[in-house]
Design a protein around this ligand. Structure first.
Ligand code: SR1
Ligand code: MG
Length: 421
């Protein structure tokens, strides 16, 4: 049967027929429905009781195609099941940072979830120059908990393998494999180049050997390192914030993959915000510098907080459960050395993935507002060139940078001198 999006009346009637949701929302006749989705994949509705606006939910429904493109790009609706399962799992691990799922319908491929009415999408907040004092602590906590508890460092090996099997999400992974790791590096028809982006910058993505090898390596890691349950698309449009709270939404790309992919997505998007600040921060003649420094500070604090908390979870778990991942004595020098090695490799992966994610947002089909909303083509191209230079350095030097503070220094250097290719 052909998919038809709900009319407002149909959705209100549907929700009225789900007892738990009706208890939350009240009489279906009082409901107001607004379609608000601006993402690439799904329909999203705010449903609110007009007589009691605090009674409000979000409904998300997966159509059998990619919303960004339409029916010519079919996409299985099963992605909603992956999203629901991931929200439930992450919600159990980190309830303070994940919206509640009130109802899921696996026949209509929809879910009803908590409305975050006093929060906004982080990407928009960053474009406006807003600061969030608790963001770094919250994101490092979210990352440490979700990435640690899905892994073999915590789960019994058979349980972890079962979980990895249940989370196979081939169709959405294929989108990432193509759009993040493959198409940006070739002359692909889906790529979109901004008008003033120098040809040399585009050419470099296709011909620079160290860069090509690094990007291919990251693709390999993405496809083969089933380390933990990932969010899979953790850009700043998947994070909702206010001064006090941070929520991570939209894990439809969830699958068992390399930990650095989620951490790298956050870092990539902070760096995109950093370089594009050169435009947004100058509106009204202001100096973009202080806010750029705030963005780099968040990047450093997120990695450092994640590193600390992840290691704490690991040590606590091993001392309580008496299970030792590398065997032998607890807290020996070898154990400490292995943990340090593990985190170094994880940082290298994180930086490599951050590089790929920055490149795809500059030359790929799915872009980010902080770049596309720069109306001056030359200014936009200067920002894009800086993003590409930074991305290339992250990819090629991912194993030698070794310290998040050096990533911040690299970004500052590129901001200062790096507007030409
Ligand atoms: C074709 S879908 C484009 C992008 O939207 C999602 O947010 C993912 O990042 C995906 O790659
Ligand atoms: Mg999304």
């Amino acid at each position: 049967m052909e998919f038809e999006a709900f009319t407002a009346q149909e959705l209100a009637a549907y929700l009225g027929g789900v007892p738990d949701v009706r208890a939350l929302l009240g009489d279906p006749d009082d409901l107001e429905v607004a379609e608000v989705g601006d993402g690439n994949l799904n329909y999203v509705y705010f449903v609110t009781n007009a007589k009691a606006p605090e009674r409000s939910v979000v409904v998300k429904q997966a159509p059998p195609f990619l919303r960004l493109v339409g029916k010519t790009w079919p996409l299985s609706c099963q992605r909603m099941e992956h999203e629901v399962a991931a929200l439930r799992r992450f919600g159990a691990l980190c309830p303070q940072h994940v919206p509640k799922v009130y109802h899921a319908d696996s026949k209509r491929f929809l879910m009803v979830m908590q409305r975050l009415a006093s929060h906004r999408i982080l990407r928009q907040g960053l474009m406006d120059g807003a600061t969030y004092p608790r963001l770094a602590d919250h994101l490092s906590t979210y990352l440490a908990h979700t990435l640690f508890y899905g892994s073999d460092l915590f789960l019994a090996p058979d349980i972890k393998k079962q979980a990895a099997g249940a989370a196979v999400n081939s169709e959405l992974c294929k989108i990432t494999e193509d759009l993040v790791f493959t198409f940006p590096f070739e002359d692909h028809p889906s790529n979109v180049y901004s008008p003033a982006l120098p040809k040399a910058a585009i050419e470099r993505l296709r011909t620079n050997e160290p860069l090509r090898i690094a990007a291919a390596d990251m693709k390999w890691v993405f496809m083969n390192h089933a380390e933990t349950l990932l969010h899979g698309d953790l850009h700043t449009g998947s994070i909702m914030v206010n001064e006090d709270e941070t929520f991570v939404i939209d894990p439809e790309f969830a699958f068992y993959g390399p930990m650095g992919f989620d951490v790298g997505a956050v870092i990539a998007n902070l760096l995109l915000a950093y370089f594009s600040r050169d435009w947004h921060g100058r509106i009204d003649g202001r100096d973009p510098g202080p806010y750029q420094e705030w963005l780099l500070e968040q990047m450093v604090r997120i990695w450092s907080g994640f590193n600390t908390q992840f290691l704490e979870l690991w040590r606590d778990h091993e001392s309580r459960s008496k299970r030792r991942f590398i065997g032998g004595q607890a807290e020996s020098r070898a154990v400490a050395a292995y943990r340090a090695h593990f985190m170094r490799r994880l940082l290298a992966d994180t930086l490599g993935f951050a590089g790929c994610k920055m490149i795809r947002r500059i030359v790929g089909m799915a872009k980010v507002a902080e770049i596309t909303r720069v109306p001056d083509a030359e200014a936009r191209a200067r920002i894009e060139v800086r993003c590409l230079r930074c991305a290339e350095a992250l990819l090629v030097q991912r194993a030698t940078l070794g310290d998040i503070g050096r990533v911040a220094m690299l970004a500052r250097e590129i901001q200062r001198d790096g507007a030409t290719i």
